[in-house]
Design a binder for this molecule. Structure first.
Ligand code: HEC
Length: 135
């Protein structure tokens, strides 16, 4: 019963969110980025975050993903890289597996199915934010 309620709430929340302008999705992606990614990839996305010098591997700029891919933002690949659960990783494997992290943070409140939906939403918002900061 509890699970069913939370799924219903989630569908309602998702539907309401869909009505709000995509400007808020952009804001959500940016907030998420600043919290989860900027420490390594830098506030501007250019790869010079405060902990980047402590890693033994270069942290790539995220503003040139389109430029490095013949001018096309590689949306699907970026989604897989951020998620990390599909096995598509950055080269060194230093990038955390965000799919797992986001999911375990939400599974108690949203349930298995709800948490998975929320994970995908958060990752999509992040990928769209990255698309918006391409040079
Ligand atoms: C602990 C530092 C760290 C954090 C935090 C981090 N990254 Fe990364 N990221 C890296 C490193 C290092 C690479 C280079 C590949 C590798 O070794 O995993 C990378 C690679 C990437 C790539 C592939 C870039 C390319 O040129 O192919 C993307 C996209 C990316 N990160 C997005 C993100 C997003 C979005 C977040 C936040 C949810 C994030 N990263 C958080 C360190 C980090």
């Amino acid at each position: 019963m509890k699970v069913r309620n939370s799924v219903a709430t989630l569908v309602l929340v998702a539907a309401t969110a869909g009505l709000a302008a995509s400007a808020s999705a952009q804001q959500a992606g940016e907030n998420e980025y600043l919290q989860a990614c900027a420490a390594c990839h830098g506030e501007s996305g250019k790869g010079m975050g405060p902990i980047a010098p402590l890693l033994n591997i270069d942290v790539p700029s995220l503003t040139t993903l389109a430029k490095n891919n013949d001018g096309v933002f590689p949306m699907l690949q970026v989604i897989h890289i951020i998620d990390g659960r599909s096995g598509v990783r950055g080269h060194g494997g230093i990038m955390p597996i965000w799919g797992d992290r986001f999911k375990s943070a939400m599974i108690e409140s949203a349930g298995e199915y709800g948490a998975e939906l929320l994970v995908r939403g958060r990752i999509l918002a992040l990928a769209q934010y990255l698309e918006s900061i391409q040079e």
